[in-house]
Design a protein around this ligand. Structure first.
Ligand SMILES: CC(C)(COP(=O)(O)OP(=O)(O)OC[C@H]1O[C@@H](n2cnc3c(N)ncnc32)[C@H](O)[C@@H]1OP(=O)(O)O)[C@@H](O)C(=O)NCCC(=O)NCCS
Length: 213
């Protein structure tokens, strides 16, 4: 299946999701890649990673861009040559991009039980509203929190930010599908908003500067 969904979040923010069912060869034939990206994709050890990478180029084309419009800064953060902001994620069967005139972040994670085991590594203040006894919702909420922190990390991209110490996701409910978070790091004390959506066994999170929601 090609484009899974395309959502206009507001006037200048577009979210696109791809469900990766195509083979590497099918995707490869449909995208034009810069030499540097060709070398990168050929060097990837896993075909799943290659398909994720190629499907992101399909999403770029859906949005009216191509691989030639995309470049990476030294920290790995992607940028568009026209000055718009882009954030990228790929996880197993899905990939997604968000494009906006403002800084945004995106993350997609598969929901897995094993997130319970690592919760203490990325959560702190969040334990005040999490309830481990309701295991299914606990996994769902932990996956949202993880996604928010990954998405914010991609937005900010500063070395030294710790998910546990510097990023706090405020209390939210699974029914609300949105929430707020704060990053307190060095001189930064910024508020952000986020949206999330569960797509099959995955959780998709988009983060925004607080003014955006
Ligand atoms: C870089 C990082 C954000 C990638 O996230 P991920 O969940 O592993 O993978 P995703 O598929 O969601 O995202 C990968 C994309 O993020 C983007 N990315 C990589 N580095 C980035 C950065 N510094 N800033 C913004 N975006 C970045 C890239 O576009 C990349 O895809 P591409 O190279 O194919 O274009 C992540 O690996 C990371 O370093 N996280 C912070 C480390 C940390 O604190 N971990 C938790 C400790 S408990």
């Amino acid at each position: 299946m090609p484009l899974y969904k395309s959502v206009t979040i507001n006037n200048d923010t577009q979210l696109l999701v791809w469900q990766i069912t195509e083979s590497h060869d099918t995707l490869f034939k449909q995208v034009r890649l810069k030499d540097v990206c060709l070398a990168r994709v050929e060097g990837m050890k896993s075909e799943q990673h290659q398909r994720g990478f190629l499907s992101v180029r399909m999403l770029l084309q859906e949005a009216g861009y191509s691989d030639f419009d995309l470049y990476y800064a030294n920290d790995g953060k992607p940028h568009l040559r026209d000055g718009k902001n882009i954030s990228i994620t790929h996880s197993h069967d899905f990939s997604a991009i968000i494009i906006s005139s403002r800084n945004t972040g995106i993350d997609m994670e598969m929901r897995r039980d094993k997130i319970i085991k690592i919760a203490h590594k990325f959560c702190s203040s969040e334990f005040s509203y999490l309830n481990p006894e309701q295991q299914n919702d606990y996994i769902r909420m932990l996956t949202v929190i993880w996604g928010v922190k990954e998405a914010l990390f991609k937005m900010i991209s500063l070395p030294g930010i710790s998910f546990k110490q510097h990023i706090d996701v405020d209390a939210f409910t699974l029914e609300d599908t949105n929430g707020t978070a704060t990053v307190t790091f060095e001189k930064m004390n910024n508020n952000y908003t986020f949206l999330f959506e569960e797509i099959e066994g995955f959780t998709l999170v988009c983060s925004f500067e607080a003014i955006n929601l």
